[in-house]
Design a binder for this molecule. Structure first.
Ligand SMILES: NC(=O)c1ccc[n+]([C@@H]2O[C@H](COP(=O)([O-])OP(=O)(O)OC[C@H]3O[C@@H](n4cnc5c(N)ncnc54)[C@H](OP(=O)(O)O)[C@@H]3O)[C@@H](O)[C@H]2O)c1
Length: 226
């Protein structure tokens, strides 16, 4: 049976590559992008549909979810921002950065999950995959990139709590570290090609189910301490 996957934040980077590989293997992909003029990339990569929503605006997520009248088997919460790697005196860690990074990376997956929950519950085995990061690991604190690290700790926390609350509703949830990936965010020195990260993530999403719900792992399946 064809799997229906919604990929939130699919204009470029890991999200776009997840669209390409999911569509190539025969999944029906619904991509979401932040801006109208970004729809072309996921459509060219094989998405059946491209919808516009900003994860900082729950009303926009609710609006696109209301256009999806079919069960959703997998929701990938991929949209994310990183403002700076700096330490405590980093000027970029200002009020707006904290607002944007926390709203996008923590509240974004929460609002996305809430918007698509009815469609996920209509699936025989609904799943939510939240793109977190090893940088959110409290055990691996490095003393920098404060908004981003805090946001990814929060994203993992949202995934763990959703896994508990949604288990009785038949929806499994995992948090995933994609590796250090060569994208706009990861930069040119990152060691994992986007194709490898996306292939690994898709395999991990396939392995997600009621028995593994609450997992926090990387794209190779190695557990991430949190
Ligand atoms: N690259 C890495 O090494 C790495 C490592 C660990 C975790 N991650 C996580 O993996 C995910 C994807 O990363 P990436 O490297 O592919 O990043 P990227 O190349 O910077 O792409 C980020 C994506 O998120 C979208 N986005 C940002 N804010 C949004 C918003 N408010 N509403 C909707 N979409 C929004 C962007 O859309 P626009 O084009 O409109 O900006 C873009 O599609 C992120 O959650 C990131 O934190 C990445």
């Amino acid at each position: 049976m064809t799997q229906t996957t919604v990929i939130v934040g699919a204009s470029r980077g890991i999200g776009l590559e997840l669209v390409r590989q999911s569509a190539a293997r025969g999944d029906r992909v619904i991509a979401t992008v932040r801006r109208e003029n970004a729809k072309a990339a996921p459509l060219e990569a094989g998405a059946a549909l491209a919808l516009v929503a900003d994860v900082m605006e729950p009303a926009s997520l609710n609006a696109i979810a209301s256009m999806v009248d079919e069960p959703v088997d997998l929701l990938v919460c991929n949209a994310g921002v990183l403002n700076s790697y700096g330490g405590i005196e980093e000027a970029a860690h200002d009020r707006w950065a904290w607002l944007t990074v926390l709203m996008t990376n923590v509240a974004g997956p929460f609002f996305s999950a809430r918007a698509f929950l009815p469609q996920l519950e209509r699936s025989e085995a609904g799943k939510i995959a939240i793109l977190s990061s090893g940088m959110g690991s409290n055990e691996r604190a490095k003393g920098n990139a404060y908004p981003y690290r805090a946001s990814k700790a929060g994203a993992t926390n949202v995934a763990r709590n959703l896994a508990v609350e949604l288990s009785e509703r038949g929806v499994s949830v995992g948090a995933y570290h994609p590796g250090w990936v060569r994208t706009d965010m990861g930069g040119g020195k990152a060691d994992v090609p986007v194709e490898e990260a996306a292939a690994g993530l898709l395999a991990r999403f396939d392995a997600l189910g009621p028995d593994t719900s609450g997992v926090v792992e990387d794209y190779k399946g190695t557990p991430i301490p949190f």
